[in-house]
Design a protein around this ligand. Sequence first.
Ligand code: SAH
Length: 201
Amino acid sequence: MVENDIKKRGILDPLVLDALNTVKRELFVPNKYRDISYNDHPLPIGYNQTISQPYIVAFMTEYLQVRRNHKVLEIGTGSGYQAAVLSLLADQVFTIEIIESLGDMARTILKKNNYNNVIVRIGNGYEGWEKEAPFDRIIVTAAPEKIPTVLVDQLKNGGRMIIPIGQTSLEQHLWLIEKNIKGIITKEKILPVRFVPMVHE
Ligand code: SAH
């Protein structure tokens, strides 16, 4: 998967490639899809949700430029796969899932496989994680219609956020939001994508 679908499509950061080689995607997909867990496409994980396509996980992770000492916030735990990948690169990963059963399942799998620096919370990502803010990095894996200002507020100066924005799956793009050392915010549109919507309740 990493050789064919990820490296060849331009993901170069050796730390990101290492992390993707290390995390067993099969652990995070339902049993019936185990055989195809390394194919480069999203897979259903129940509750109308999907585990993201590996290439997109790699792309977003590389763009995030996660460093060893970073505190990372993820919105949309889903299967827990993206959180597991991030956990190998960061100091701590805080991840929020709105569907209780999915969050509980991800927490169990992460714990069982010793991803001990990931903390899963059931909650609404639009509120962020005030108690743990600010974060060096924020990654959003469900698409809101516009950039949630609460999340931008919870980003550290010098921080980066990667987030899909758009109303329908046909007009979504990944955006990179940067907050510089002085707190000035810049936004850059990066790539057309397809994520499930970030819901309000
Ligand atoms: N990162 C996941 C893929 C996530 S799919 C993985 O690696 O598997 C998007 C997830 O976002 C879904 O599980 C969905 O339930 C969740 N979600 C949608 N709206 C949300 C919200 N407002 N707050 C938190 N999670 C949300």
